[in-house]
Write a protein of this length. Structure first.
Length: 283
C-alpha cells in the first residue's frame, strides 16, 4: 500500500483503540476497515462491488441503503434497510433554529419520529447547550438511532434516546410542561398517494404513510405538544407543501400562536420542497 504519514498514524491509533476495546480478531478487523475506508487492496473486487451497487440503484434501492450511510448536516449517519433515509430538506429546521428560535441554554428538546436521529443530532451538534432527546418507536430504527448517537458522542455531542409511541402520552409524563422545543419530520403521505419506488417500495411504509389524509401522526404530535411544551415553547413539524393550510389550521385549533408555514424552494428535489409549520404555546 502507498499511504501517507497521516494515514499510517491513523492506522496505528486504530490498532491501539481496537486492542484496548477487546475485539477478538484485531488484525482482520483492521485490514477490513483499511480496505473499506483508506485504500482498496483488490481493485478487481472493488470494481465488482461497484457494479453490484449500480445495479441495486437501478432497481431503485435508496442510495443510503446501498452504501450504509448518508451525509446530513456534516454528519455521516449510519442508515440501512428498514430505516428512513434522512433528506437534506430537514435542515430547514436548523436554519430556523439558528435565526429565529430564542432557546435558553439547558432547554429541553424532543425530536419525535426521530428515525436514525438526523434532526435531533444536528440540533445537538449546533447547540450543545440544549438537552436533546430523540424519540422513536420502531425497533429497527432504534438500533440505527443508538449507533448514530454513539457516533456523535465521539465528537462531544450528548443526546438521549427514548423508545416510545407518541400515541402513548403516559410515556412522556416526565416531560409535562418542561419542553422548550419539539421538532418532528413524521410520516405525512396519504395512503393513496403514489410515490417514487425509492419511497413506496423500499422504505418502511410506517415511515412514509400516515392515514387517509397523511395527517394522522401530525394530529397526535400536536396533541402531545400541548401537554409537553412549556410556556412559549415551540412546535416545528415538517410536512408536504399541499398540506400547509390543513396543518396551520390544526395548530390554530390547538391554540398554538405565532403560527406560520415556511417553504424553502431552494431545497426542492424530486420528492418535493422543504416545508414546515411553526407554532408557539403561549398559554
Amino acid at each position: 500500500m502507498s499511504l501517507t504519514d497521516r494515514e499510517y498514524l491513523a492506522i496505528s491509533q486504530a490498532r491501539a483503540m481496537l486492542e484496548s476495546s477487546g475485539v477478538w480478531d484485531l488484525e482482520a478487523d483492521l485490514s477490513c476497515l483499511i480496505d473499506r475506508y483508506i485504500e482498496r487492496v483488490d481493485k478487481s473486487r472493488a470494481l465488482d462491488e461497484f457494479m453490484i451497487a449500480v445495479k441495486e440503484r437501478c432497481n431503485r434501492i435508496p442510495l443510503g441503503h446501498i452504501v450504509g450511510m448518508v451525509e446530513f448536516d456534516e454528519m455521516p449517519l449510519v442508515v440501512g434497510s428498514g430505516v428512513f433515509v434522512p433528506r437534506p430538506h430537514s435542515k430547514i429546521i436548523h436554519k430556523w433554529l439558528e435565526t429565529s428560535a430564542a432557546l435558553q441554554p439547558g432547554a429541553s428538546v424532543l425530536d419525535l419520529c426521530a428515525g436514525s436521529g438526523a434532526i435531533g443530532l444536528a440540533i445537538a451538534r449546533r447547540r450543545p447547550d440544549l438537552k436533546v432527546t430523540c424519540v422513536e418507536f420502531d425497533g429497527i430504527a432504534m438500533q440505527y438511532l443508538k449507533r448514530n448517537i454513539d457516533r456523535l458522542a465521539c465528537k462531544g455531542g450528548q443526546v438521549n434516546h427514548l423508545q416510545a409511541d407518541i400515541r402513548d402520552k403516559q410515556a412522556f409524563t416526565r416531560f409535562k410542561d418542561q419542553v422548550g422545543l419539539i421538532v418532528a419530520n413524521p410520516p405525512y403521505v396519504p395512503q393513496s398517494q403514489e410515490l417514487l419506488p425509492e419511497w413506496s417500495d423500499h422504505h418502511p411504509r410506517e415511515s412514509v404513510y400516515s392515514g387517509v389524509d397523511g395527517l394522522e401522526l401530525i394530529r397526535q404530535i400536536i396533541s402531545l405538544a400541548n401537554q409537553l411544551l412549556n410556556r412559549e415553547g415551540w412546535l416545528v413539524i415538517e410536512h408536504g407543501e399541499e398540506q400547509a393550510r390543513a396543518v396551520r389550521e390544526l395548530f390554530e385549533q390547538s391554540q398554538l400562536t405565532n403560527t406560520q408555514t415556511v417553504i424553502d424552494k431552494e431545497a426542492s428535489d424530486a420528492s418535493g420542497s422543504s416545508v414546515m409549520t411553526i407554532g408557539c404555546k403561549s398559554h
